[in-house]
Design a protein. Structure first.
Lengths: 941, 427
């Protein structure tokens, strides 16, 4: 038992390191919305200053500023100086980077954090040198007897101090005025601003406190952090992030406990793996790196969806996607341009061009995954490396291009596995999990000697006897190899561009825009995500194989974690939302053409790394759309200016969509058929509150049924329940089929389609694109393979009918946000209608509409029902409900209280009481305008 | 864990190897083909011959990690000083000035590829390796172009194995690992714990070199791989000591050694502790902690007791300090860079002598394998005609192990230089 106890105590000190960074990350996230991937790197700056002063040197942590010999100084002074440096660093990061990016896309914040990390690493190496330093103990040394074992005293002190300081921080965060303000702002930034809580002040407080906290604890940690180098603390963020996720990025207590627990787990596993003969050799490699990954995956799988996002995260959007058109003329011109670049350059420049092309495939993988689907991955370089590894293994056994294809397929399989957690999470959390996955890929795949030997030469490709090798003699980049890469890249880009503008691309964009809405129109969100991960991984793998061929030997360091971070960064800077951005990113990558030009013509020397990091930060700050996105935006502005000069266009959704006759008309005849929707005993519970309690309804084909009730009666919860968007008990039958166990998208595909109170349109798609998604959902057989080669298909008649019926024809090419509110509501209905529903669930479609729009909508609803669709209408507009509905259900406090015709409901005492309160029951007149008013005008058709 | 950490660990491993491998030679080789550095006095010797600036220079490429998280600019400074020494005092390369083109790598394979491209385009006759963990990336480029690689130490597997392509004036990695076992066995160790970074080559070297060597010598052995995240040495040492070894060999860098040695002693471990190359920890640790701690150094340097240095080595050190005043913290790197320049010039002189024609990359690649001579900063010799360990690119053999003696100066162990013939495979 004693060894385990010893490692428990030793693990606590390691866990204290994790915990302190986890607390810092959590606090920063709450205060500013930034997941600070640079937390570990930031801590190195005060640590070096502290260590220098302990050794008699006063250092200002700026490259080029000389240190001053000041002789031996007391420890407290060194600690104080370290704290001051940490505070200043936190302040600078907040003011210069975090604050300007407060409303920037999540991805911009991730890239900025990566930029900070790279800059600090390079600057620290430049200022303090790269020699590792040993940290000496600050706390009392010696050993103490605990439970019969000797434990180093400084570790006990350190763990104890972190626990106490962490607890103090947690109490401050939970109880203090500032802490409460930070939490309030995290929940709702706008509301906090109204309450005069300055996000700037809160940002400064959290950045400074978190930076100081982690620096202080690291200074006290001494040998517990191992040795100090410019880079060795950088990826301590991975276990720290795992601990922060245990605390759901909001609870400092849980993050503290999580960090300590993980440290103990790692220490105990390390003890077992090193000392027990039964521990398999293969599982020793990278063990301590795998633990945080597993913790992250498990935590996200269990609580991922319940991890609260910051209030302002909801507004954050990625740059608009620029869909490629694949015009033959443009493709031919680009290919000819590529041929010219390959043939007219030579030497290093040609090598740079070729390398840029190969890298552009990895960047393109991020365009697909991040730009199209909104999934952030930091593991693409690792996937490329895995594919390159396959080529090094199979290159001599199989003829080209089989190793290349198999390599890309292996990357695809790994990529899909990495993508599984994405089924439950997205955004920065996914960045966290893929970062951890990248570490594991590096250690278990690229770093595992089961796969990697000391030499991983890659045989030159050869096709039909033609030597396609990269080099021959002093020719360091041959034209045939360049053309081979060009052909592969061109084919990949054309096919991916086809996918992007096809139904598959629309489904991807729908998921990026709004996962909930996507599921409501029958899109299998998980399937789309995994498809994107598969396609992106294949592309990254393809890029990795080409890089491997260009090197002639696989070096796993070419595909390490930091390389992955850099690739994401340059892909973002290039333009993450457009295929052309991938080319820009490729040009800027390692040994790409930009690097070669700079390297051959500018002597940036040892400042190169710092300049690169700073450039990355500046690029994010001043051009958040990326180079390609920014250029496109400029172009669009120019076009808009020209249009203004030549005369104004009709605004989308303006005159075209307005109908002048605001009269609610019932069609001459509307047949009501069999029951198409029957719900029995639907119950929904939120915590201890029963929102819906045994609601049974029936809707018949062609019938319009109303569902009304006071605010909070449970109407929307009921719609959510029967459409599959909230867990519920009870039975939902669609045309006699029990669909209760089916996920939302399956119910939608079977014909149980809903609209949303808050519209939930796909803002990244055009108006027509929103409706065309119905075609894409309907026509799924071999859709991906078909879209690769034949993307452009005309919209179906159903889509056209829906557009025509709801008078959206003239607005097809515009964006949903450009439509008036009423037309946006109508678009939501059109999208649902195009799915050819059996039952249409309409959740407050008239909310926000004026009277005329409401009447128009009522007419539309009659038309829809006349086609045989059963409609369940939830709305507060009683003119509309009583004007169009054949029957009306009324619920109160989640329970049904009445059902009948509008006339019966209008005079039902229970309904009156529900709406107006018990006193009105005694009134002689059926009270309340809300229920007794007649519709504005009801006329025959 | 990450690339940085991998680099750091490679640094540790490489630095360890660098020191271990560069022990003193066997003393059986023939003398250098040109100016004998043993005769270099403290001041510029009267016999010093400068290169003829009117003759065309001999261009070599010098690749070194200059940027990134682990940069070694001291190595390049040492190399430049060495080139200066060669041109000012050793007559250049048979009168032709030695000229170098620096390629600043960032420690990645991609940076090395870029350096290879640069060297091939610059038409260098020889590529000289400084310190670069990504160095293997340059090999395919040089191989295709027929350019030979030279360096003081093969710190990466590819360089260690590129027989016929690369040549290193230090013992091989395999010999380094073997010698560590032999040295421990010579001190009476029966049960040895080997502490290595958790990297694939380390696993491979342990299984193919260390374990067989221990088996042949009848030493019980066990490997402990420390994590790339940088271990908490108190915790890790406790794991190792739990298996009750009587000797521990650490493959660590200086900073880790500074933490590891007290950590092992803190567990109560009193056996032999091989701290590899980390001599910089000597002034920082107590004599009690340094008891039964052994070291191995790439070169003789000012840490050694004066009595341990031969006149030749003293002259070499004097020449070194005439041309550069290195920072004590990076003394070893500067020494290695200086060594690179002097040894490369020595080899090129021999090639030029043999061919009687201006040096080209082809003639250098064809003939560099036949060079032999004395090694700078050491008493031994090098001979590139036969690998010192079968299947490797190493031109020298022999290790100098030392312990801390009076005045905290290093004194060679009785069994030093370590003879590894008992565990060396027949090649």
């Amino acid at each position: 038992m004693s060894p385990y106890l010893l490692f428990l105590f030793l693990g606590l000190s390691l866990g204290a390191v994790y915990a302190s960074i986890a607390l810092s990350i959590t606090l920063t996230y709450q205060g500013s919305g930034v997941i600070n991937f640079a937390a570990g790197a930031m801590a190195t700056v005060p640590l070096y200053v502290f260590d220098d002063l302990r050794n008699g040197r006063f250092s200002v942590p700026l490259p080029g500023v000389p240190s001053i010999e000041v002789g031996e100084q007391p420890v407290w002074l060194a600690v104080l100086l370290g704290v001051v440096v940490a505070a200043v660093l936190g302040l600078l990061v907040e003011l210069l980077i975090s604050r300007p990016l407060r409303r920037a896309p999540v991805l911009a914040k991730v890239v900025a954090a990566v930029g900070v990390m790279l800059t600090i690493q390079a600057a620290v190496a430049l200022k303090f040198g790269s020699d590792a330093r040993s940290m000496t103990a600050v706390l009392p040394t010696g050993s103490a007897s605990v439970g019969g074992i000797q434990v180093p005293t400084d570790r006990l002190w350190f763990a104890g101090i972190v626990v106490l300081a962490g607890a103090g921080l947690a109490i401050w965060f939970r109880r203090s005025r500032v802490g409460l303000a930070v939490q309030a702002a995290a929940e709702n930034q706008r509301a906090a601003e109204f309450a005069r809580l300055s996000p700037t002040v809160l940002g400064i407080v959290t950045w400074v406190v978190s930076s100081v906290f982690v620096a202080l604890t690291m200074m006290l940690a001494g040998p517990a952090i191992g040795v100090l180098t410019p880079g060795n603390m950088t990826l301590l963020v991975v276990p720290a992030l795992a601990a922060a996720l245990i605390g759901r990025m909001s609870s400092l207590w849980a993050a503290l406990a999580g960090g300590l627990g993980m440290g103990v787990l790692v220490a105990e596993l390390q003890f077992l793996s090193q000392t027990k003969t039964w521990w398999p050799d293969w599982a020793k490699q990278g063990l301590t790196d795998a633990v945080p990954f597993l913790v992250i995956v498990v935590v996200l799988f269990v609580v991922g969806r319940s991890i609260p996002m910051r209030g302002d995260d909801e507004q954050l959007r990625l740059p608009a996607v620029r869909l490629p058109r694949n015009r033959p003329v443009v493709i031919v011109a680009l290919v000819l341009g590529g041929v010219a670049l390959v043939t007219l350059t030579d030497g290093s420049y040609r090598f740079g061009v070729i390398n840029s092309l190969a890298l552009s495939l990895i960047a393109l993988s991020l365009v697909v995954l991040t730009g199209m689907v909104g999934q952030i991955s930091l593991a693409q370089a690792g996937l490329a490396g895995a594919a390159g590894l396959v080529v090094s293994k199979l290159g001599t056994a199989l003829p080209f291009p089989l190793p290349m294809i198999i390599g890309a397929l292996v990357a695809t399989v790994i990529g899909v596995l990495i993508g599984l957690p994405a089924l439950r999470i997205r955004g920065a959390q996914l960045a966290v999990v893929t970062l951890a996955a990248a570490v594991v890929v590096q250690q278990f795949v690229l770093g595992n000697r089961l796969f990697v030997s000391t030499e991983n030469t890659i045989r030159d490709p050869e096709l039909f006897g033609l030597d396609l090798g990269v080099r021959e003699g002093t020719t360091i980049a041959r034209v045939p190899f360049g053309l081979l890469v060009l052909v592969v890249v061109a084919i990949a880009f054309v096919l991916v561009a086809n996918v992007m503008r096809s139904g598959t691309g629309r489904r991807m964009l729908a998921v990026r825009s709004n996962e909930r809405a996507a599921a409501s129109v029958g899109i299998n969100v998980s399937g789309v995500k995994l498809t994107a991960f598969a396609l992106a991984s294949f592309l990254a793998g393809l890029g990795g194989t080409l890089i491997g061929y260009s090197r002639g030997v696989l070096s796993v360091e070419s595909f390490g974690v930091l390389v992955g971070l850099s690739i994401l960064a340059i892909a973002y800077i290039g333009g993450i939302a457009s295929a052309s951005g991938a080319f820009v990113a490729g040009a800027m990558g390692a040994v790409g053409i930009v690097f070669v030009i700079l390297d051959r013509n500018l002597d940036l020397g040892q400042y190169y790394s710092v300049i690169t990091g700073v450039g990355l930060i500046l690029a994010v700050l001043f051009n958040p759309l990326g180079v390609a996105g920014g250029t496109r935006a400029q172009y669009e502005r120019l076009r808009a200016g020209l249009r203004r000069r030549t005369g104004p266009d009709d605004p989308p959704g303006g005159e075209v969509g307005t109908r002048p006759d605001p009269v609610l008309r019932r069609p001459a005849s509307r047949l009501v058929g069999d029951v198409c929707l029957r719900t029995t005993g639907i119950r929904v519970t939120y915590g201890g509150v029963r929102a819906v309690d045994g609601v049974d309804i029936e809707v018949r084909a062609g019938e319009i049924v109303g569902l009304i009730g006071p605010n909070g009666a449970g109407k929307t919860s009921f719609i959510d329940a029967i459409s599959g968007f909230t867990p519920a008990t009870g039975t939902v039958e669609l045309a006699g089929r029990d669909v209760s166990a089916l996920p939302a998208y399956r119910r939608a595909r079977l014909g149980l389609v809903r609209t949303w109170q808050s519209m939930e349109l796909f803002d990244d798609l055009s108006v027509l694109g929103n409706v065309r998604v119905a075609d894409d959902v309907r026509d799924r057989s071999f859709a991906f393979a078909r879209d690769l080669f034949r993307p452009s298909r005309t919209p179906s008649g159903t889509v056209g009918d829906a557009m025509t019926l709801l008078a959206l024809d003239g607005s097809g090419e515009g964006r949903p946000a450009e439509l008036p509110l009423g037309r946006q509501k109508v678009l939501g209905v059109a999208r649902a209608l195009a799915l050819e529903p059996q039952v249409l669930l309409l959740d407050e479609p008239a909310a926000g509409l004026d009277t005329a729009e409401s009447i128009e909508f009522g007419n539309d609803l009659h038309q829809i029902a006349a086609t045989g669709v059963g409609c369940l209408l939830v709305d507060h507009d009683m003119h509309l409900v009583f004007g169009v509905c054949d029957r009306v259900y009324v619920i109160e406090f989640g329970r049904p209280i009445a059902v009948g015709t509008p006339e019966e409901i209008r005079r039902n005492p229970k309904v009156l009481a529900a709406y107006l309160g018990g006193d009105h029951l005694e009134a002689s007149e059926p009270a309340g305008d809300v229920l007794t008013q007649e519709p504005t005008r009801i006329g025959g058709a | 864990m990450c690339q940085v950490m991998r680099m750091k660990l490679k640094c540790i491993a490489a630095a360890t190897l660098a020191v271990i491998v560069a022990g003193c030679g066997t003393g059986t080789g023939s003398p250098s083909g040109s100016g004998d550095p043993a005769n270099a006095p403290a001041a510029r010797p009267a016999t010093a011959v400068a290169a003829d600036p009117s003759k065309p220079p001999v261009l070599v490429g010098f690749e070194n990690t200059m940027t990134g998280t682990f940069a070694f600019p001291a190595f390049a400074a040492g190399f430049d000083a060495g080139v200066k020494y060669v041109n000012e005092e050793l007559g250049g390369v048979n009168g032709n000035p030695l000229k170098s083109t620096l390629c600043a790598s960032d420690g990645t394979p991609d940076g090395a590829v870029n350096c290879g491209n640069q060297f091939v385009q610059s038409n260098v006759v020889l590529s000289v390796l400084g310190f670069d963990y990504g160095a293997d990336g340059i090999l395919p480029v040089l191989k295709a172009a027929g350019v030979a690689e030279f360096g003081y130490q093969a710190i990466t597997p590819g360089m260690n194995n590129a027989v016929g392509q690369a040549f290193f004036a230090s013992p091989s990695t395999q010999e380094a690992y073997s010698a560590a076992v032999v040295a421990q066995q010579g001190l009476g160790v029966k049960s040895l714990a080997t502490v290595l970074p958790d990297l694939p080559p380390m696993h491979e070297y342990f299984e193919t070199v260390v374990a067989p060597a221990a088996q042949r010598l009848g030493v019980g052995i066990r490997a402990f791989y420390y994590p790339a995240t940088g271990p908490d040495w108190a915790s890790f040492a406790s794991s190792v000591v739990a298996t009750q070894p009587d000797g521990v060999t650490l493959y660590v860098g200086d900073a880790d050694a500074l933490a590891a040695v007290p950590a092992f002693r803190g567990t109560g471990f009193t056996g032999v502790l091989d701290a590899s190359t980390s001599t910089s920890i000597i002034p920082k640790l107590s004599a009690q902690n340094l008891e039964k701690v052994i070291f191995v150094n790439p070169f003789f340097n000012n840490l050694y007791a004066d009595s341990a240095l031969s006149p030749k080595v003293k002259a070499d050190l004097a020449a070194f300090e005439r041309h550069i005043t290195p920072d004590p913290a990076t003394y070893t790197f500067a020494q290695a860079g200086f060594f690179d320049a002097v040894q490369a010039a020595d080899m090129l002189r021999q090639v030029a002598d043999r061919t009687g024609a201006p040096l080209t990359r082809e003639s250098v690649l064809r003939n560099i394998g036949n060079t032999k001579g004395s090694t700078f900063f050491r008493d031994g010799t090098y001979d590139c005609s036969t690998p010192s360990w079968p299947g490797t690119t190493s031109c020298t053999s022999g290790f100098n192990y030392a312990q801390v003696g009076a005045g905290k100066k290093l004194t060679p162990l009785p069994n030093s230089p370590v003879n590894v013939s008992a565990v060396k495979p027949v090649g």
